[in-house]
Design a protein around this ligand. Structure first.
Ligand SMILES: [Fe+2]
Length: 409
């Protein structure tokens, strides 16, 4: 119980740091399909927690009259969110925090066996919105949130590919005490051929090679869809030798991972480099399999919980791809968790025997149209991500904190 309460508090503390200063001139922002108005999104975080933890999917009254009509993301169309009669910014934060107070009260009181599941669901939902606030700030050129800079865990320079023998692997989450989303359930055997995977994510320096070779203008690197999508000659936020990071322009850091690339750009880079994206099964195996014990780990480094020395998560900035050597996977792959999300070749699909969980809109509507990303970014709260966690976005999205790593053909 104490651990759950600590998790609820930690998720809220993180949200406050990334979003609670978005009131005033920033609380609505431009009406773009890839962002939400902060005033709405903060209320939605509170509403979701109330809906599942205090109302179990819509029963009973909300603390806030008419809350479902304002904040239910399944029914309130995206561009409506700028036009609703929302409470003021301070009242929105009050509502959100009153919900948390009541949830904690009920966790303390006990006697609701399913409350822990819904409380964990709500913290993860909140954590994902925290990352969305974070990339919204990048999208709109706002200052970076006040979060700790990466701890400075430099590593030896790593390069080249690791050799992975493949074989039988149990893909997906294993039943147990840990929270799992429906789309991770349950682990099931897959057979992998031997493959070679890059020890690091693709760096800015490597990606610059593609840009300088005219990669954005050469048709042969792009799929039909990618070519039709492409409206740029360099990555989003790049301009020559600088890139925009929140509200500043900085020289492109050569050893940081390329970030803010769409799946189409990852695909085109791979064609240029004579490489390919890993499948999500290859990715998860590479991140979690221990060839000595032949067991699967929860994280690349083992089953121990995350610490700041193991991976760049829930922080303020990207780090070099060579850092965090203590977080290496058993195969010697670096930063499979943290720093940047990694696009995979895989389309987001249900695992065999998929059954929807109570939050039905989480996974099922997106099967077949989204691509899978793995591993979390510097902005991902540590509670969310582990080796079997599947994130998913449409292949055109470059605004998220996404990069990729490659495999040999
Ligand atoms: Fe949501």
């Amino acid at each position: 119980m104490q651990a759950l309460i600590a998790e609820l508090h930690a998720a809220r503390a993180h949200t406050r740091r990334v979003a609670d200063d978005l009131g005033g001139a920033r609380e609505f922002g431009p009406r773009l399909p890839i962002v939400n108005p902060p005033r709405w999104e903060l209320g939605h975080v509170g509403w979701f927690q109330e809906f599942w933890c205090l109302r179990r999917g819509g029963g009973g009254e909300s603390i806030l009259p008419n809350a479902d009509a304002l904040y239910n993301s399944a029914t309130v169309a995206h561009d409506e969110r700028w036009r609703l009669p929302l409470p003021s910014f301070p009242s929105t934060l009050e509502y959100r925090d009153e919900v948390l107070r009541r949830v904690i009260e009920r966790v303390r009181a006990g006697g609701e066996p399913d409350l822990a599941y819904f409380a964990r669901l709500a913290t993860r939902h909140e954590d994902m919105h925290a990352e969305a606030f974070h990339y919204t700030r990048q999208t709109l050129g706002y200052p970076a949130p006040q979060l700790p800079a990466p701890g400075g865990f430099p590593g030896n320079r790593v390069s080249g590919d690791a050799e992975l023998p493949g074989g039988r692997f149990e893909l997906g989450a294993r039943p147990g005490p840990q929270f799992a989303f429906d789309n991770e359930k349950w682990s099931h055997p897959v057979i992998l051929a031997p493959f070679r995977m890059s020890r690091t994510a693709v760096t800015n320096a490597e990606y610059l090679g593609f840009v300088e070779a005219g990669g954005y203008r050469r048709r042969e690197y792009w799929s039909d869809e990618g070519w039709a999508w492409k409206d740029r000659t360099e990555p989003l936020y790049w301009r020559g030798s600088t890139l925009r990071r929140f509200d500043r322009r900085v020289p492109i850091p050569p050893d940081e991972p390329i970030v803010h690339v769409s799946w189409y750009e990852a695909e085109a880079y791979c064609r240029f480099a004579g490489r390919r994206l890993p499948t999500e099964a290859e990715w998860e195996y590479a991140a979690s399999f221990d060839p000595v014990s032949r067991m699967k780990r929860r994280y690349p480094w083992g089953d121990d919980a995350w610490t700041t020395a193991l991976a760049n998560l829930e922080g303020g900035a990207l780090a070099s791809v060579h850092g965090y050597p203590r977080g290496d996977s058993a195969f010697g792959l670096r930063q499979m968790i943290g720093n940047v999300w990694e696009w995979t070749a895989s389309t987001f699909l249900p695992y065999p025997g998929f059954v929807r969980d109570p939050y039905q809109e989480y996974s099922e509507p997106w099967f077949g149209t989204h691509k899978v990303l793995r591993g979390g970014s510097f902005a991902t709260p540590s509670r969310v991500v582990h080796a079997a966690f599947r994130n998913f976005y449409t292949p055109d999205r470059a605004d998220i904190f996404a990069g990729f790593r490659t495999c040999a053909r």
